[in-house]
Write a protein that binds this ligand. Structure first.
Ligand SMILES: [Zn+2]
Length: 283
C-alpha cells in the first residue's frame, strides 16, 4: 500500500496511515525531515512500515582519506590492512540446529492445521531474525569502511564458482559477500570514497606482503611464513596485498585518464572516464 505525504503523519512512536488510522510502532523514526510516503508490508507474521523521508542527513565524507585493503573471510568476516576488522558473522550456523528442529516439527504437522501454521510462522520469524542480525553487522562494517577510508580495495570473489562447493556454500551465503559489496558501493558513492575491485587472479593470499615471493599456502594454514623473515596472519597478509594492488590499479587508471585527457578533446574526457572506471571495476 502506498500512501501520499499528506495522509501519513508520524508522531513519536505512532504513525497515522490512511485507512488504518493511528498505529503504534516499535521504535521512533530515526531521521528528521518531511515524510513523503509509507509502504506497509507483512513479513513472517509481523507488520512493517517503510517511511520515505526527505532529509539532509547523509553519511559524512571519508575521514582520513587513506587507503585500506579488505580481506573477506569465513573465520573472520573482514580483516583490514591496518590490522583492524570485523569478527565472524555466522548466525546461520549458530542457529542451524534450531532451524533443522523447527523444519522437522513443521513437516510432521498435519497440512492445513492451526499447529502447522503456528510452526510455519515460528520458522519464518527465526529466518527473519537471522537475516536482520546479519544485515546489521554488515551495515556497521560497510559504514565504517566508507566513512573512514577514501580508497577501499576489495577482492572480486568468484562467488558463483565457490558456491558449487556445497560445504562452503552456506558459510559464504552467511557471510553475505554479495550484500557486503552492494552496501559498500552505494555508501562509498555517498562519502566520495572509491571502491577498487582488484584483479580476480591476483594471488592475495599466496603473496608475501614483505618481499613479493609466492608461496603454496593451503586453506588450513592460518599463518604465512616467508624466507624473508615475514611471519603473519594469512588474512592480514592478504589485506595488505589487496591494499597495495588496489593502489597500483588506481594509479594505472589515473595515468590512463591523464593520457586520455591529454589527447582527447575535453568534451570526450568525461565519457572516457566512465568507460575506464567500468573497466577497472570489472577487472
Ligand atoms: Zn617474503
Amino acid at each position: 500500500m502506498n500512501a501520499s505525504s499528506h495522509a501519513v503523519q508520524v508522531l513519536g512512536k505512532t504513525v497515522k496511515l490512511p485507512r488504518c488510522g493511528v498505529v503504534r510502532m516499535r521504535e521512533e523514526l530515526r531521521f528528521a525531515g518531511r515524510v513523503l510516503g509509507a509502504t506497509v508490508s507483512r513479513t513472517a507474521d509481523g507488520w512493517y512500515v517503510a517511511l520515505a523521508v526527505e532529509t539532509e542527513e547523509r553519511l559524512k565524507a571519508a575521514e582520513d582519506r587513506g587507503a585500506v585493503g579488505v580481506d573477506l573471510g569465513i573465520r573472520t568476516l573482514a580483516t583490514f590492512s591496518d590490522g583492524s576488522g570485523a569478527p565472524a558473522l555466522k548466525p546461520h550456523r549458530a542457529e542451524h540446529k534450531r532451524i533443522v528442529r523447527l523444519s522437522r516439527s513443521l513437516s510432521c504437522k498435519q497440512k492445513g492445521s492451526a499447529n502447522r501454521a503456528k510452526a510455519k510462522a515460528k520458522l519464518a520469524r527465526l529466518h527473519l531474525r537471522i537475516a536482520n542480525v546479519r544485515k546489521d553487522a554488515l551495515h556497521k562494517l560497510t559504514t565504517t569502511l566508507a566513512t573512514k577510508y577514501s580508497t577501499i580495495g576489495i577482492e572480486d570473489l568468484n562467488v558463483s564458482g565457490m558456491l558449487k562447493n556445497g560445504r562452503l556454500a552456506r558459510a559464504i551465503a552467511d557471510a553475505g559477500f554479495f550484500e557486503f559489496r552492494r552496501q559498500l558501493e552505494y555508501k562509498a558513492a555517498m562519502t566520495g570514497a572509491q571502491v577498487i575491485v582488484i584483479d580476480r587472479f591476483y594471488p592475495s593470499s599466496k603473496t608475501c606482503s614483505g618481499c613479493g615471493a609466492i608461496h603454496a599456502i593451503t586453506l588450513s594454514e592460518r599463518v604465512i611464513e616467508c624466507g624473508c623473515g615475514l611471519k603473519m596472519d594469512r588474512d592480514l597478509n592478504a589485506a595488505i596485498n589487496i591494499r597495495r594492488q588496489a593502489l597500483a590499479q588506481h594509479s594505472v587508471e589515473r595515468k590512463a585518464l591523464a593520457d586520455a585527457s591529454a589527447t582527447v578533446k575535453p568534451a570526450s574526457v568525461k565519457q572516457k572516464k566512465s568507460a575506464l572506471h567500468r573497466n577497472v571495476q570489472a577487472a
